[in-house]
Design a binder for this molecule. Structure first.
Ligand SMILES: Nc1nc2c(ncn2[C@@H]2O[C@H](COP(=O)(O)OP(=O)(O)OP(=O)(O)O)[C@@H](O)[C@H]2O)c(=O)[nH]1
Ligand SMILES: [Mg+2]
Length: 433
């Protein structure tokens, strides 16, 4: 789908402070609008306790927006919030200028950045799902030449035709995506079989993931001081210091209130993160809202079901602070090791190399399992990844086995097989070997 911003230049932006006013949220909004290639010509901020059902803002504020938009000849008014379709419609009628909400804005940036076949399909799907709730009479964005004539049934209104066309297009895209996803799934299976660990970079947008990715892999992924510079995932095979191969992946950044249409459409891309063996959570050390952003990212990680994957927290950009030293902070529970480094200068990156190595090689433990006969699939997987050390058939037709693998990986496999690990694992003292 064509980017909406192709013909839009001058943006008036509106940000409502519902709780306490937050400059960070406002500044990020400006950055988002600029990342979409728009020019911010004016801004309106307003405190409010709750959104108005009709206009989102109060009537007086809506009048002010309309007047300012006219005075500044704005092409578009952008709201830093998610608007209900009816609110968006009422606002447009009231201010007589195109109104776009935060989700529409983020979708537009994604549409501009998508390069790969899969990325383009994913963005179009998200856009169509966003649009399908916003169809109104007289709506004319959809390309009619794709089959309007001949498709239109007798007595059918334009609105119904549009809805039907969108529905058909959504179905078609989903079918195409399914094919791509199958391929992706197969390559992942192959990597698992070959026991190549996958290490995925995740983090808030603009934290420096691609810069670190390039440093670690020698790749040349686009780095830019804009939000969502990266959209399509990139994978590189990288050798660790002990000569072990890993797959390193760079992917789309996260942001506060990531539209759920996007998370859904990008499920396949995000599967790479969910099925990774290790996450490197890149954090901009520079940012005053650092903790908030860490929480935002962890929220998305939870949303996509990747909470079980171990994390290394990388506090990036220490070169901005002469007093900051590269260092490692090992957490007591051995989870979420923290590393301070600079992806620009490379200072401290060797700590990260060491940590990756440690995670990959030293987190394997022996587990003693008692598998019922119904757990054949789990058993086959354990063999597939080369984790089985010993196996005996037990009296009930199941198996008693000793396996060696990372705890989280065993948990993940059990989860996938819908088996409760606590029912399977024998106390290590009960080992028969
Ligand atoms: N000073 C400093 N700047 C950095 C460092 N790492 C990245 N940057 C800058 O931060 C900005 C964002 O870097 P990217 O690598 O594109 O960030 P990203 O996380 O991939 O961002 P998205 O793909 O947009 O989500 C760029 O301007 C980089 O030059 C660092 O270690 N030090
Ligand atoms: Mg990037």
């Amino acid at each position: 789908m064509e980017s909406k911003s192709a013909d839009i230049q001058r943006a008036l932006i509106v940000h409502v402070d519902f709780k306490k006013s937050s400059d960070d949220a406002f500044n990020e909004f400006v950055q988002l609008v600029e990342s979409a290639g728009l020019q911010v010509i004016g801004s309106i901020r307003a405190p409010r306790s709750a959104p108005d059902a009709q206009l989102f803002v109060g009537k007086g504020k809506a009048d002010e927006i309309a007047q300012t938009a006219e005075d500044l000849s704005a092409d578009v008014v952008i709201f830093n919030h998610s608007l209900m379709p009816a609110q968006e419609r009422n606002l447009e009628a009231h201010i007589k200028v195109r109104a776009i909400d935060r989700i529409g804005l983020i979708l537009d940036i994604f549409a501009q950045r998508a390069r790969s076949y899969e990325g383009k399909l994913q963005v179009e799907l998200a856009q169509l799902e966003h649009l399908s709730t916003r169809l109104i009479r007289g709506w004319t964005h959809l390309e009619r030449q794709k089959g309007g004539i001949g498709l239109r049934g007798p007595g059918e209104t334009q609105l119904e035709t549009d809805r039907r066309l969108i529905g058909q297009r959504i179905k078609l895209i989903k079918q195409r995506l399914q094919k791509v996803h199958k391929q992706r799934h197969l390559s992942r299976q192959q990597r698992k079989k070959n026991d190549i660990p996958v290490v995925s970079l995740v983090g808030y947008t603009n934290a420096g993931k691609s810069t670190l990715f390039n440093y670690l892999s020698g790749a040349n992924v686009v780095v830019a001081n804009q939000l969502f510079a990266t959209l399509d995932p990139t994978l590189r095979r990288v050798e660790t210091s002990s000569g072990r191969n890993i797959i390193l992946t760079d992917t789309v950044g996260f942001i506060r209130d990531l539209p759920h249409e996007l998370v859904e459409s990008f499920q396949a891309t995000l599967d790479e993160v969910r099925e990774a063996d290790l996450l490197i959570h890149v954090i901009d050390v520079d940012h005053e809202q650092r903790q908030q952003r860490i929480d935002d990212v962890n929220e998305v990680i939870e949303l996509i079901g990747a909470t079980n994957v171990p994390q290394i927290e990388v506090y990036n950009k220490i070169d901005n602070y002469p007093e900051m030293q590269a260092r490692v902070q090992l957490q007591e529970d051995d989870l979420n090791t923290r590393i301070w480094l600079s992806s620009h200068s490379g200072e401290g990156v060797h700590f990260l190399h060491e940590e990756i190595e440690r995670h990959i090689n030293q987190n394997r433990h022996a587990h003693f399992l008692n598998l019922p006969v119904t757990a054949g699939q789990l058993r086959a997987k354990l063999f597939d990844i080369g984790a089985v050390r010993h196996e005996d058939e037990n009296e009930k037709g199941g198996w008693t086995m000793e396996v060696e693998l990372e705890d989280y990986r065993l948990h993940k496999l059990c989860e996938e097989a819908r088996l409760d690990i606590s029912q399977l694992e024998l106390q290590s003292g009960a080992s028969r070997y």
